[in-house]
Design a protein around this ligand. Sequence first.
Ligand SMILES: *[C@@H]1O[C@H](CO)[C@@H](O)[C@H](O)[C@H]1NC(C)=O
Length: 127
Amino acid sequence: MKFLIVCLFALVAVSCALPQKYTDKYDNVNLSEIIGNRRLLIPYVKCTLDQGKCSPDGKELKSHIREALENYCAKCTETQKTNTRVVLGHLINNEPEYWTQLTQKYDPQRKYVVKYEDELKTVAAQG
Ligand SMILES: *[C@@H]1O[C@H](CO)[C@@H](O)[C@H](O)[C@H]1NC(C)=O
């Protein structure tokens, strides 16, 4: 019995020490290519807004948006953290209409997105 309990604690400790990350299966997509090309970018945006079909990576992305937003990407790999900032910065500065739709869907009370907006908005951005 005692042994079992010790095992149980050990198990919990290990799973806490190794926070689960999202899959890195799609970490090698060429992000600059995607955000540099609206024809590639917009389908991802529409997927996450439930306005269009999702590619496998789009689906993966969509399934984690809400959680990643709420815990500031706690389960993101380093690549995903960097990419998230690049994408959000791009949307905030270059796709304000889609950004608004996204915030309305995923963070209607704007509890989390203001932080990103403050951080990533470039003053020089002009339409
Ligand atoms: C990613 O795409 C950009 C733009 O098309 C291109 O210039 C760059 O070489 C690509 N990078 C990789 C690693 O394929």
